[in-house]
Design a protein around this ligand. Sequence first.
Ligand code: SAM
Ligand code: SF4
Ligand code: SF4
Length: 349
Amino acid sequence: MNIGKVLRYLNRGYQRNGLNGFKNLMKNYWVLQREPEIVDTEVLTVIIEPTVRCNLNCITCSEVTRGRTKKDMSFSEFKSILDQFPYAIKLALQGVGEPLLNRDLFRMIRLAKERKIYVYFNSNGTLLDEENSNWLIQSGLDLINFSIDGGTKEVYEKIRRGASFEEFRRRVKRFMEIKGAHPLPEVHAWFVLNQYNREDILPTLRFIRDLGISKLNIQRMHTWGRKDKRDVVNDDEFLKLKGIKEEVTIASEEIGISVEWLWDIEDKKPIRRCQAPWYTTYITVEGYVTPCCVHGSDPQLIRFGQLKENSFKEIWNGKEYQEFRKMLKSDSPPSICRECPAYSQGILN
Ligand SMILES: C[S@@+](CC[C@H](N)C(=O)[O-])C[C@H]1O[C@@H](n2cnc3c(N)ncnc32)[C@H](O)[C@@H]1O
Ligand code: SF4
Ligand code: SF4
């Protein structure tokens, strides 16, 4: 962790809970050193899934929500969940689904902002219009990442099935015009690297520059813990990326876009770096508690409890969470973690 990031965390902890927020962060630092099975600190980053509905069907994603009948989280459900995270300093308002489809999203953002929480989410950008663009900009939202996955029509539409490249451009462009000089939200682009788009990073840099976006986050694709996504993730293809990475670094400087490689493509070391169950958690639309937003976000594969039946405090240190922490530390990690790229990289938030 770099010093800038540490200071930002301390500042957010202090803003939210004064000296107690500061203390929770310091205590959490020691928790991360010791990795106990029972965690006596409060969660710092909470990920809350507002909807599992989506207007697209991306090749990287969609099957995860198959069979789930509850589609949206209501504002009152959201509030009662957020109340259980008095020390959270970051809220990711997203899961599997398009956040803009939840009609209460604006109220959710406002509530979290009143509580001085840093709020962000990713969006496919294809549902932006005059109304929601205006309210997003007025809401106090800190960061929005527009998912792009391709800088040419062919690649973008192959991956983001159901979306139109021209429409995406038009809507995001209009959003940027409405935002104008308003400082928030920060706007970044999000690129999930897979074997179909690795040649498309340079066109993407030019494309987002023309939209007025100054940063591209490149994330490695994962399988959501499911075997049927393996055909899109091809490890051999990643090894070929070394050269492309150098090319992208040079081009990004010329084009004037900052690029962040969120998961190092060269790093295949088996050392565990993920510490998710010691500081973050994921709440699904149904109220299930799961470990993370990567392979551990699907309640059909893993869950520690249900907030309609138990409080978060009970679940956070319940038997299932404790067992998960114990296994994650061991030489025999939980099955969802074994093939998770975040196992050796750590997760993002
Ligand atoms: C599941 S989406 C939900 C938000 C919104 N619908 C969107 O597409 O931005 C959250 C992020 O996960 C990314 N994503 C989708 N499939 C992925 C995969 N297999 N591996 C890594 N990230 C993935 C999307 O590109 C998006 O940026
Ligand atoms: S990645 Fe986002 S836009 Fe694409 S299907 Fe998944 S939730 Fe929908
Ligand atoms: S290794 Fe992956 S699946 Fe396991 S807790 Fe970490 S991020 Fe989640």
